[in-house]
Design a protein around this ligand. Sequence first.
Ligand code: G4F
Length: 315
Amino acid sequence: GYEVSGTVRRVSSPTNLWRLADLGLLGRINLIPADMTDVGSLIAAISQAQPNEIFNLSAQSFVGASFQMPHTTAQVDALGVLNVLEVIRYGDKSIKVYQASSSEIYGGMVDSESLDENSPKNPASPYAVSKLFGFHTVRMYRKAYGIFAVNGILFNHDSIYRGLEFVSRKITNHVAQVALGLTKEKLRLGNLDAIRDFGFAPICVESMWTMLQQDKPDDFVIATGIGHSVKEFVEYAFSLIDEDWREYTEVSQTEMRPLDVARLVGNPAKARAQFGWSPQVTFRELIEIMVEADIRRWKQYKLGKNFPWDVVVGA
Ligand code: G4F
C-alpha cells in the first residue's frame, strides 16, 4: 500500500539499477535525482515526494574504501544525515526517519561478548566515525526537535544482492566460478580471523519498517547474536561444492585494512522483546542461498545470457 520514491545520484555513465530490475521493481518506484551532499537537492526531492517516512540507506558503505576516501565518506555518511534532518526540521516535522546505523560504530570492543544499544562506541574507520556522527545526530534531533527519528544498528546483513566488494559475496561469487570451471585464479582475501554477525538482509530490512511503526522513536540492534569468522564463511562456501577452500584462496596484504575490527556480534534482545524480531535464517542457510544464486547466475552466463547486473537503465 505504499507509494515509494527513491533518490538516484547522477553519474556520467548510466545509473545502474540492476537490483531493482532483477526484483521487478523498476517502474514501480518513482526515481528522483538527489545527492546527500547537496541539501538543495534533498529539499527538492522531499517536496516532490512528500513522504510520510524516509529510509536513509544512502552511504559510502564499504568500510575498506573509507580509508581511501575519508572525506567523501564523512560528507555522505555523516553530513548527509544532518542534511536530511535539517530539511525535516525546517519543513514537515511529522516525517518519520529511519537512519541506517551500523555495528561498525562499536569498533574494537574486543572484550564484549555481544553488543547492545548501550555498549560503548569506539569507531575504527572513517566509515565508522561517520556513522557514529549520524547515530548521535539522530538521537539529538529526536530529543531537541521531537522528530520521529530512529537508528537501526544493523550488523552484517547479506543476500544475493550484496555488492561484489564485500567479503560474503566476493566468496560466493568465486565459489560459483570454481564450481562451473570458469576460473583457475585464487581468491585473494584479507583478515580471515575477523568475526562478524552475518544475518539475512531481507529479514533485517523488515525490521527497518517495523521500527518506524512503533509508538515512540528509539534505537535497535538487529543481529543474529552469533559470530562466525571469515574463515568459517569461506570454508563452508567451498564445502558446498565439495572443494577444500585452502586450494582456492590466498591471503593478500592488499585486502587488509589499516585497522580492522576483530569481532562484532550483536544482541538483538530489545528488538525481539519489543516487536518480536528474530533472524530466521542461519549462517549456513545464508551461505547456501548466496552460493546457489551465484551458481545460477554464472550458469546463465555460460548459456550466453547477460548477467542481471548488465541491465543498465535510467541513463
Ligand atoms: O564484507 P566486509 O567488507 O563488511 P564489513 O566491513 O563488516 O561492513 C559491512 O557490514 C557493516 C555492518 O556490520 C556495514 F555497516 C557496512 O556498510 C558493510 O555492509 O568485511 C567483513 C570482514 C572485515 O573484517 C574484513 O576485513 O571481512 C574481512 N575481510 C577479509 N578479507 C574482507 C576480505 N573484507 C572484504 N571486503 N574483502 C576481503 O577480501
